[in-house]
Design a binder for this molecule. Structure first.
Ligand SMILES: NC(=O)c1ccc[n+]([C@@H]2O[C@H](COP(=O)([O-])OP(=O)(O)OC[C@H]3O[C@@H](n4cnc5c(N)ncnc54)[C@H](O)[C@@H]3O)[C@@H](O)[C@H]2O)c1
Ligand SMILES: O=P(O)(O)OC[C@@H](O)[C@@H](O)[C@H](O)[C@H](O)CO
Length: 501
C-alpha cells in the first residue's frame, strides 16, 4: 500500500475521508511537540482556518525530546488522518479528514541548523507547544552550541537567533501560545526564557525584545485525544487505500481558552473560523472547572477501576460500582468545592460524563495513570481541602488516594522500572518520577514487614515534597485514607467503591 504523501494525493482521491487544503503556504507557525494532542487540536484548527482562507499559513513541527515522530511525519509530508467521533444528542458524528496544515517536521537534535534557520524566516509569527506538564521547567545549562535538552532552552535559543537575524525588529516578535496543562503556562515559559538569557549573558536588547515585541499567552485546552487507533488501523487504511502510521483519533468536543484580548482574533481568527475558543481576561475559572471536574473525575476513579479489572474509561462509566462511585464523587464531593454557579458546574459535569461514555473512544485507564501523584495534587487535593473546610469528610476522594497508594505498590522492579500487579495477575507499569516510585517501594516494603497500613499512609502522606504540603496535618485525612486502604487490601477496590456509590 502506498504511503500517504502529497504526491499520493495528487494522483488519488481517497474515499470516506475529506482532504484539507493542498495549497502551499508560508510557514507561519513553529510548533514544539508533535504528540497526538497537538495534531488533534491546534493543527486541526489551523487546517480548518486554511480551508476557509482565513490564515494561509503552515506549520513547522519539531519534537521536544530526542525521541519523536518527526521522521515519520516528514516521510508523510506532514500529512495524517484524523478521526473525530462522538454521539451528540443521540446522533453519531464521525468526522474524518486528512490534515494538511503541517509543512515540515524536524528532529532538532539531528537537524539543529535547520531548526535555527527557521527562526530567520520572516513569515514566522506564532509558536504553539505541548511538551506535557514536565516540559515547561527551568533546567540550568551553559549557552548551547548544540540542541539544548529542555524545551524552554530550545525556544530561548531559537528566539535569540530571530532577534539577531532581524536586528531586534519589533515587527518580527512572536506570539507564544503554550498548551501545556499547567497554570500560567505562558508566563512561566517567558520567565524561564528570560532566565536563560541572563544565564547566557545575552545582551539586554534581547530581554527588551522578548518583553516588548513578543507576547506569551496563558491558555487552557480541552479535548480528549486518544491517538493511534491500533485495533482498527488496518481496516481504516485498507478502506482509504493508503498507509498512514500517524492516524490520530479524538472526540468532537473541543474548547480553547486563551488569556488575551479578543483583538488577537484578527490575526489568529479562531473564533471567526467557528472554533469553540474564548479570548478571556482571566482563564482561571475555565481552568478550575476543567481541571477539577474533568481531570479530577479521571484521577479519582481510574486507578481503583484499573485495579478492579477494567481497562477503558467508557467501561468504567458504565460499570455498576465504579461508574456509580465516579458519579457520586463528582457531584457530591468535587462540585461543591469549585467556586462557580451550581448550574454551570452541573451542566459541565453532565457533559463530562457523556464525553467519558463516548462509545468510539478507547481511552485507556493505564494511559491516564501516568504521573498520578502530581495529578492528584493538582486535580483532587483542592477538592479534598475544600470539603474539609466545609466540615465534611470526602470519603470517596480519600478512597481515591488510598487506591493510588494501592496502585503504586510494586510487585517487581527491573532496571529502575516498577511494575504493579492487579487481582487476576496482570502486571502493569507504574510510571512516575523515580524518587516517588522509590518512596512508595520503601513504604510498601515496610508494610510487608509489619502489616501496618496506618504507618504506610502516615509515611506517604507526610511527603510534602510530593503533595505540596504535609497531608497528615489535614484533620481526619490519614485515618480516612487508612480505613479505605484497609478495605482495598481486604476486599479489593470494587467492594470499596461499591460501599460508597
Ligand atoms: N490526549 C489528550 O486527551 C490531552 C488533552 C488535553 C491535554 N493533553 C496534554 O497533552 C500532553 C500530551 O498528550 P498527548 O496525548 O499528545 O501525548 P503524546 O505522548 O502523544 O505526546 C507527548 C508529547 O510531549 C513530548 N514530551 C514528553 N515528555 C516530555 C518532556 N519531559 N519534555 C518535553 N517534552 C516532552 C513528546 O515529545 C511529545 O511531543 C499531556 O501531558 C496532557 O497533559 C492531552
Ligand atoms: O493527559 P493527561 O495524562 O494529563 O490526563 C489524562 C486525562 O485526564 C486528560 O487527557 C483529559 O482527557 C484531557 O485533559 C481532556 O481535555
Amino acid at each position: 500500500m502506498a504511503l500517504l504523501t502529497r504526491a499520493y494525493l495528487k494522483e488519488h482521491t481517497p474515499q470516506g475521508i475529506a482532504v484539507g487544503s493542498l495549497k502551499q503556504y508560508p510557514e507561519k507557525v513553529l510548533q514544539i511537540g508533535e504528540g497526538n494532542f497537538m495534531r488533534g487540536f491546534v493543527d486541526w484548527m489551523i487546517d480548518g482556518l486554511n480551508r476557509q482562507g482565513l490564515f494561509n499559513g503552515s506549520i513547522l513541527v519539531v519534537h521536544p525530546t530526542p525521541r519523536g515522530h518527526a521522521a515519520q511525519l516528514d516521510a508523510q509530508d506532514g500529512l495524517y488522518s484524523l478521526i473525530l467521533r462522538s454521539r451528540i444528542d443521540g446522533q453519531v458524528r464521525d468526522d474524518r479528514q486528512i490534515v494538511t496544515a503541517i509543512d515540515r517536521a524536524l528532529d532538532p537534535y539531528q537537524q539543529y541548523e535547520a531548526f535555527l534557520a527557521s527562526a530567520r524566516q520572516k513569515e514566522m509569527r506564532f509558536i504553539f507547544s505541548n511538551t506535557t506538564e514536565a516540559g515547561i521547567a527551568y533546567v540550568a545549562q551553559a549557552r548551547p552550541d548544540a540542541c539544548p535538552e529542555s524545551f524552554p532552552a530550545k525556544l530561548a535559543i531559537w528566539l535569540y537567533e530571530r532577534y539577531r537575524a532581524f536586528g531586534g525588529a519589533q515587527d518580527k516578535g512572536m506570539v507564544v501560545i503554550p498548551c501545556e496543562l499547567i497554570e500560567q503556562n505562558g508566563q512561566k515559559l517567558r520567565q524561564i526564557i528570560l532566565r536563560h538569557a541572563k544565564d547566557w549573558g545575552l545582551e539586554s536588547g534581547f530581554e527588551s525584545w522578548i518583553t516588548s515585541a513578543c507576547t506569551f499567552l496563558d491558555t487552557l485546552v480541552d479535548r480528549i485525544v486518544t491517538g493511534y487507533p491500533a485495533a482498527e488501523a488496518e481496516s481504516l487504511q485498507a478502506a482509504w487505500g493508503y498507509e498512514d502510521r500517524m492516524i490520530d483519533t479524538g472526540e468532537i468536543f473541543h474548547f480553547f481558552a486563551i488569556q488575551g484580548d479578543a483583538s488577537w482574533d484578527e490575526e489568529l481568527p479562531l473564533v471567526k473560523g467557528g472554533y469553540n475558543v474564548v479570548w478571556a481576561r482571566d482563564i482561571a475559572p475555565y481552568r478550575d472547572r476543567k481541571v477539577r471536574l474533568l481531570n479530577g473525575a479521571h484521577t479519582m476513579s481510574v486507578l481503583a477501576a484499573y485495579l478492579g479489572g477494567l481497562d477503558i474509561v467508557g467501561e468504567m462509566v458504565a460499570d455498576g460500582d465504579f461508574g456509580a462511585f465516579l458519579r457520586s464523587g463528582l457531584y457530591q464531593e468535587i462540585i461543591p468545592g469549585v467556586a462557580l454557579p451550581l448550574e454551570e458546574k452541573q451542566a459541565f459535569a453532565d457533559a463530562v460524563l457523556e464525553r467519558f461514555s463516548n462509545p468510539f473512544m478507547k481511552h485507556k485507564l493505564l494511559d491516564i495513570s501516568l504521573n498520578s501523584v502530581s495529578k492528584f495534587k493538582v486535580r483532587n487535593l483542592p477538592s479534598i481541602k475544600a470539603a474539609l473546610e466545609r466540615g465534611e469528610t470526602p470519603r470517596r476522594l480519600l478512597l481515591a488516594l488510598a487506591a493510588l497508594f494501592a496502585f503504586y505498590r510494586p510487585a517487581r522492579q527491573a532496571d529502575g522500572a516498577f511494575f504493579g500487579r492487579r487481582a487476576g495477575g496482570d502486571e502493569y507499569p507504574i510510571r512516575d518520577d523515580q524518587e516517588i516510585l522509590q518512596a512508595f517501594a520503601e513504604a510498601w516494603a515496610a508494610y510487608d514487614a509489619n502489616a501496618d497500613a496506618a504507618a504506610l499512609v502516615r509515611a506517604l502522606c507526610a511527603r510534602a515534597d510530593f503533595w505540596g504540603e504535609d497531608l497528615t496535618r489535614l484533620p481526619g485525612l490519614t485515618a480516612g485514607v487508612t480505613e479505605q486502604l484497609q478495605t482495598i487490601l481486604d476486599k479489593g477496590t470494587r467492594a470499596a467503591c461499591a460501599a460508597l456509590k
